[in-house]
Design a protein around this ligand. Sequence first.
Ligand code: KIV
Length: 266
Amino acid sequence: MNKKIRVSTILKRKKEGVKITALTAYDYTFAYLIDEAGVDIILVGDSCGNVCAGYETTLPVTVDELIYHARSVRRGVKRALLVADMPFMSYQENTEQALHNAGRFMKETGAEAVKMEGGRHICGTVRKMVDIGIPVMGHLGFTPQSVHGFGGYKVRGEDSGEAEKIRTDALALQDAGVFSIVLEKVPAGLAKEISGMLEIPTIGIGAGPHCDGQILVSYDLIGLYDKVRFKFVRQYARLAEDVRNAVVAYCKDVRDEQFPAEDESY
Ligand code: KIV
């Protein structure tokens, strides 16, 4: 359980038929808790824009903001593979821009890989990164940085044309050298087909049970972020309720002069 997870471990998991576990983290405390509990991949996701910063989309997140989060997470992670998300418009302009920003993540945060959204149009950049030794995770299907282009949060790949595009993009990313691909919000049948045709693992989120691994936003998993609840989220705890109840109890105790007690005072 304590052996360090590397890109090679993730690739081996698929060959051995062992499911890969992945979660997001944005700070030191969550990072060490999640890492100690034994997850394989920790992603410093740009979903921090939603759950930490309160933005409606991930688009406003900057490289500097994600670098701050990734540095905090790095200090808590000993075992899991640490992946940093490349924010919107930090890699889309050209390969030079992408290399510069990926380099910042690797040098300034200690991330061991980066994740980028998109298919064939980013493959040249992916190839260059992989050539210089930066492992890349792909992301297809519902890619949140394209929410406005998609016109909402709808499942992707339901019609045959879009399903074919996702299949072709997945093969192109594999050829370009990504070590895994996140498949977000696509029909389970399509995710099964793509997982079967690739040598690299797929990591699903809202993509059914046939992917080689699963990822969730940690705040969703523990029921801490309860503003939106997607169908694909299973809540393993109800922390939002716990937080509200704790704060109500604390305020009552302070107002009733029940806190602090003598043994909580110097
Ligand atoms: O930013 C994020 O958290 C993600 C995962 C949901 C895959 O991209």
